[in-house]
Design a protein around this ligand. Structure first.
Ligand SMILES: [Zn+2]
Length: 494
């Protein structure tokens, strides 16, 4: 039996405001999912929210709510963003789900041979809910660079998970490509990080220091550390261990994460899986951060951009277009409103929108909408498919735009409107024009197919216009121009 496909995304803490980094996780996973479905695969696509931990308990207390009531009221913000970016997910996991809680307790018991109780003193970042080594703390002058807060020295009795026992196994899996990290340079960084071996991790905290979490089975004084609980979601959501269908989907084909949490996903998570006797995820896709005009996004600086605002102003396809093409899938990228708007007006509006309009109008004008037969063969898209398989979606959509540009160029060169002038005078003119326009329509249908993973709405419109063989012009303009942030001197004055 062929294994069915599975893609998973990192689950954000439910206490934050959904941001552009979350939107990027969902978009990347959605592009992959739509591509695989288009190619006939059965795909499960997980999203979810991480609902345990001190930060959530603190936030709930501030609001005078129980933690559960608070998470019930806030997970919907993430669900709303997932829907807003057009995410075609199949499974939504909340770490407070009863099934998840019971499965994590099962996992805990199954990992007992690799656990021991010990006393731990270390540098803790409340924002990360994680301990950091002396080396890491020194390198950042005692302040977490992601949270801009000092690390705290914390000492307590915890259970430890013997991650160190799995170092060789994980290293071999990475070197042999059993578990691949995209991009390659992050794999090398991670191998360097673990060159002295993985360090055992604390997987529980005393109840007095951590109130809101999954209880450790058989030890009423201890609560599970949030990372073990959260990482388990990738299998519990599939039904592990009690619903056999999980076996049809695990191991994950791709796990989409931000580069800042790679070390947990390439270290602790594989160690847990090996301890459980399960195979490792095939690919970890670590995407970069979105900067704003070259600066890191920061609440303090106040340069936070809201994905909702982008989508409400320019439409969903515009959002998906910019973040799939102009933010490299495997590296950091840069956003400014000006860049965004120029890309929208010039590339979506002029390059693609006008092209569709132009071809459709000519077929209607010269041939009463009837698309003829084309002798020309389809464009070779092996570079597109190679980029999709290599998880470099920006390169794949670049290939589509090469096609869009060359089709515009083709029309400018052959000048169908000049060919049309010969009809009635030259017997060759009519079949020649029909051949040109059929080629254009055929190329647009192919472009529409290639855009299915990226711009589902535009792809459907292209199909609606051309696929029946008789052109149906859409109501209204595709990608109408927006001038709010433009630097284009041709823009109308407000
Ligand atoms: Zn931190």
């Amino acid at each position: 039996m062929e294994k069915k496909l599975y893609i998973a995304t990192a689950i954000p803490y439910v206490n934050g405001t959904p941001h552009i980094g979350n939107a990027l996780d969902y978009l990347i996973a959605d592009i992959w999912t739509r591509y695989q479905k288009q190619n006939g695969h059965d795909v499960r696509f997980q999203v979810g929210t991480d609902e345990h931990g001190n930060k959530i308990a603190v936030k709930a207390a501030e609001l005078g709510m129980t933690p559960k009531a608070y998470t019930d009221s806030s997970y919907v913000n993430f669900e709303a963003l997932m829907k807003k970016v057009g995410t075609s997910y199949t499974d939504f996991v909340r770490t407070t789900d009863e099934h998840h809680v019971a499965s994590v307790q099962y996992i805990w018991e199954k990992l007992q041979p690799f656990m021991y109780k010990g006393s731990y003193t270390g540098w803790y970042c409340v924002g990360h809910e994680a301990f950091f080594t002396d080396k890491e703390v020194q390198a950042t002058n005692g302040v977490c660079p992601d949270h801009q807060t000092p690390y705290q020295q914390v000492s307590e009795d915890n259970y430890f998970f013997k991650t160190s026992a799995f170092t060789d196994h994980i290293r071999t899996a990475l070197n042999d490509g059993i578990m691949q990290i995209y991009p390659e340079f992050r794999k090398l960084e991670f191998l360097e990080l673990i060159k002295d071996g993985l360090v055992d991790v604390s997987v529980s905290r005393p109840k007095k220091n951590l109130t809101w979490g999954i209880p450790v089975p058989g030890d009423p004084d201890q609560i599970m550390y949030v990372w073990l609980d959260a990482l388990a979601n990738y299998i519990t959501v599939l039904g592990y261990p009690d619903r056999p269908e999980w076996q049809e989907y695990w191991p994950a084909d791709v796990q989409v994460i931000g580069k800042d949490i790679l070390r947990f996903h390439a270290g602790i998570w594989p160690a847990m899986l090996i301890g459980l006797g399960l195979p490792l995820p095939k690919k970890l896709l670590a995407h970069g951060f979105v900067n704003i005009g070259g600066a890191k996004i920061s609440k303090t600086v106040g340069n936070v951009i809201d994905p909702n605002e982008i989508i409400d102003t320019y439409g969903l396809d515009a959002f998906r277009y910019f973040f799939s093409r102009h933010i490299p899938t495997l590296d950091d990228g840069d956003f400014t409103w000006e860049k965004f708007e120029d890309a929208y007006n010039n590339e979506l509006g002029n390059d693609l929108g006008n092209l569709i309009q132009r071809v459709a109008s000519m077929i209607i004008k010269y041939q009463a909408g009837v698309i003829g037969e084309s002798q020309q063969t389809e464009h070779d898209m092996s570079a597109y498919h190679a980029a999709m398989d290599g998880l470099e979606f920006n390169k794949a959509i670049d290939e589509v735009w090469n096609m869009v540009r060359s089709l515009n160029q083709y029309i400018d060169n052959v000048k169908p409107w000049d060919v049309a002038k010969g009809i009635g005078k030259d017997t060759e003119a009519e079949p020649h024009l029909a051949e040109i326009l059929a080629h254009c329509a055929g190329a647009l249908i192919q472009i529409g197919d290639l855009l299915v993973p990226f711009l589902p709405t535009a792809a459907t419109k292209i199909q609606d216009i051309f696929e029946s063989g008789v052109v149906k012009l859409p109501e209204g303009v595709l990608f109408p121009k927006v001038y709010i942030h433009t630097t284009d001197p041709r823009a109308p004055k407000a």
